[in-house]
Design a binder for this molecule. Structure first.
Ligand code: ZN
Ligand code: ZN
Length: 159
């Protein structure tokens, strides 16, 4: 990786992290989890800043790279943030009455009930989301990584 590419790479990692951190910071509730993820974000952003500064200072020598351990921590944090944001979006839908939640019964399984977004058959006991049009979905299929869909994927009504 050339030094120009390396700096671009650092900037990309940092921009992605800052974007997610800001989404999370503006989210209501889940204070404890949020605090921990925001602290981790700050630590990783600081590390990126340090590596960047050291690489600028040592430009005549070899670049100061990012460790495998760092990438692992970065990806884990990203996943936790996405998961938390998805969860917050689900809670918002239920609280606002835009989605209810039901548990799939044996009768549903016999009737081959399936998710109207991904088509997968539901298994008995799973909790799924129901919209006011009565269409049922995996909760993950209604709430994306951190965005709530605005329309029912099956019939198109406004959620
Ligand atoms: Zn689905
Ligand atoms: Zn629908």
């Amino acid at each position: 990786m050339s030094s120009g590419d390396f700096f671009q790479h650092i900037r990309r990692l940092r921009a992605r992290l800052i974007y997610q951190r800001n989404l999370l910071a503006n989210m209501e509730g889940m204070q404890f989890l949020k605090r921990r993820l925001l602290d981790d974000s700050e630590r990783i952003i600081n590390h990126l800043n340090t590596v960047e500064a050291m690489s600028i200072a040592n430009s005549s020598n070899r670049l100061h790279g990012l460790s495998t351990e760092f990438y692992q921590r970065y990806e884990n944090l990203m996943q936790s943030m996405e998961f938390t944001l998805g969860l917050a979006a689900q809670i918002t839908l239920v609280r606002e009455g835009r989605m209810s939640e039901v548990r799939i019964t044996q009768a549903d399984v016999i009737a081959h009930a399936s998710c109207r977004a991904c088509g997968e058959r539901f298994s008995e006991g799973v909790v799924v989301g129901v919209l006011r049009c009565s269409h049922r979905f995996h909760r993950r299929c209604i709430v994306g990584r951190y965005a709530i869909q605005t329309r029912c994927p099956a019939c198109g009504i406004q959620i």
